[in-house]
Design a binder for this molecule. Structure first.
Ligand code: AMP
Length: 281
């Protein structure tokens, strides 16, 4: 496995692979790799001749009071994990190369970025869109792999690819969870032991939500209240949002008609966690 820092070298790599008729899969990450990331690498490994894992803590997707400085960074460990999972290339560009001081282009995502996390993280998805756009131009992959854990991110990327006529297939992969149901996240390491214990409730509440829908209830507001009550039963949890939406459009549902996505964001102490579940037709 090789590590590439240079933007030009990255572009040359894929040009060569494409000239030889090879397919390239890209797994964009911010590092601090866990089983969730590795599942994306495995999926990319199965479907492509070459697998590129990008590791870049993208400054433009963090708000001013968010955890950019604190975000865990360990390229050495990540490289070992990525190689074991089947990566051919780690692409680890530098922020000064990705965002030179004279950069002047931005991307403004529309309605797809307005609800859910977008409401509470202004500019976040614009930052995601520009970095993913740049990564697509630099890596020029045939396919790119994203986790359903960040459900709104997947839809934002799909929308951008459609709107800008980009020739890359977007593949979304299921959420990987700890044995007690907590969705894996690089941010879980911020949790104290007690907070980690409380974090189980997120998935439990979503599963209660699934049962509620499977029983045939129709009212999204009743469902929202049920989940809110469950989460509020633990004083360590501060609910930011609970939304009941269509999994593709992310528009709020008037009735609980499948497919239904329940998405939520919760603060536990200083840590913000998100999770979601899709109840399919
Ligand atoms: P991040 O490094 O947090 O930006 O995540 C990189 C990619 O890994 C994104 O597409 C995430 O959605 C995905 N991802 C993160 N956690 C999980 C998980 N628990 N299961 C599946 N995919 C995940």
């Amino acid at each position: 496995m090789k590590t590439i820092h240079s933007l030009k070298e990255m572009q040359e790599y894929t040009a060569l692979q494409r000239a030889e008729g090879k397919t390239v899969g890209l797994v964009p990450t911010m590092g601090a790799l866990h089983e969730g990331h590795l599942s994306l690498i495995h999926a990319a490994r199965k479907e492509n001749d070459r697998v590129v894992v990008s590791i870049f803590v993208n400054p433009t997707q963090f708000g001013v009071n968010e955890d950019f400085d604190q975000y865990p960074r360990d390229l050495e460990t990540d490289s070992k994990l990525a190689e074991k999972a089947g990566a051919d290339i780690i692409f680890n560009p530098e922020a000064k190369d990705m965002y030179p001081t004279d950069i002047s282009t931005s991307i403004k995502m529309g309605s797809i970025a307005e609800g859910l996390c977008g409401r509470y993280r202004p500019g976040h998805f614009d930052g995601v869109a520009i970095v993913v756009n740049k990564l697509f131009n630099l890596v020029n992959p045939h396919r790119a792999y994203f986790g359903q854990k960040d459900a709104q991110q997947v839809q934002v990327i799909r929308q951008m690819v459609q709107d800008l006529n980009m020739e890359v297939e977007i593949v979304s992969c299921p959420i990987i969870r700890e044995s007690d149901g907590l969705a894996m996240s690089s941010r879980n390491i911020y949790l104290s032991e007690d907070e980690r214990d409380s974090a189980r409730l997120l998935n439990q509440a979503l599963e209660e939500g699934r049962t509620f829908i499977e029983k045939g209830h129709r009212d999204p507001e009743e469902l929202r209240q049920l989940i809110q009550k469950l989460l509020q039963s633990d004083p360590r949890l501060q609910v930011q949002y609970i939304e009941i939406v269509h999994p593709s459009t992310l528009q709020p549902l008037q009735f609980l008609q499948k497919p239904v996505m329940i998405a939520l964001a919760v603060h536990i102490g200083k840590t913000r966690l998100i999770d979601n579940i899709i109840i399919e037709e």
